[in-house]
Write a protein that binds this ligand. Sequence first.
Ligand SMILES: Cc1ncc(COP(=O)(O)O)c(C=O)c1O
Length: 396
Amino acid sequence: MIPSARLAAVSEYPFARWAVHCRAAVERGIDLIRLDIGNPDLPPPPAVLDVACAAMRSLATHGYPGYRGSSELREAICERYERRFGVSLDPDREVVCLLGSKEGIVHLQQAMLDPADPVLLPDPGYTPYADGAALSRATIVRFPLRAAEGYPPDFDRIPPEIARRAKAIWLNYPNNPTGAVAGPGAFTNAVDFARRHDLLLCHDAPYAEIRHDGKAPASVLQVPGAHEVAIEFNSLSKTFNMAGWRIGYAVGHPGAIELLRRIKSNVDSGMFLPLQRAAVAALATDDAWIDKRNAVYRDRLRLLAEACSAAGLASEMPLATHYLWVRLPMGEEAEPFALRLLDEVGVAVAPGSFFGPAGEGFVRLSVTAPTDRIREAADRIVAGSRLDRAAGRPRE
Ligand SMILES: Cc1ncc(COP(=O)(O)O)c(C=O)c1O
């Protein structure tokens, strides 16, 4: 079969390709520790399971669920935005439920981009921004997030003639893969930039609640007037350890929400009602549950950061997320390095090159494995560096 031109513009999702290497390693008898994909190992809040099971047993929940999410779920999303961010949303015009936020990220681009339309993407950045743009045959224009500056968006370095022609700009703070947070004024500048250039600002915020810097979670919609230019994606996958449930949502700009609804009504037929009821329970989770979970991530991040340092690999404790972004020794390429780690020490990490050209020379470690396995991975990384030194491979 020959793929359509739009499908030919993307390869298989890099983590799907990487999973093949992981499976092959396990088949060869390697006791593999998976730190490559950000797949939370800890359980969802207890109320979620009770509500989901009760809803599954009800015969009233098994029909088509409606297209845009139940009013109960959309209102629960609004309540959470009000409570966590002080942001007021209209549940009818400014909220749409998604089957995981990745789906919405790709569909919105199909709904708003025509072939050759420029779209501005952060580099490094989460892969579906580029995949969604490529599937629309849009023109991808990457702007660098610079390590030396703490990975902020630098709007002054985006050429105005490109910004003028572009339809949208993507941002993601707290950031995957770097763990950076948006600095003071970053969201205000982003809204201002989007308004000046008549762009849709697409902000992706699934890690908003996984912070390690003691600061409150932030939303781009806190900026006055942001609803007129910005849509924000969010998800239960990371916030409530519910990645497999596929529950996400988008909020903000009513016109963009309407486009998403329209395309999705032609593609999917809504979210299974027991999941929607469980989502309502999750969104009501108290902040202490989140703080406790984040403390577990911090302990694990410290273990791995120390191991990387002992192995001669530079990393910094992230201010947010469950990712450690690790710089490789000069001249090391990300994918061959990650493959060697997988084969020789049985630790799977994500090559930074999966996240765009600026990710080359880095790997990303996700602390979403049980703590004893993280400890074991840390030991193996240190032992592996001794192997490297013995083999004369460079370490700075
Ligand atoms: C930045 C970012 N956005 C969106 C997602 C997708 O999350 P979901 O599980 O809601 O599709 C991820 C998942 O890793 C992510 O890292």
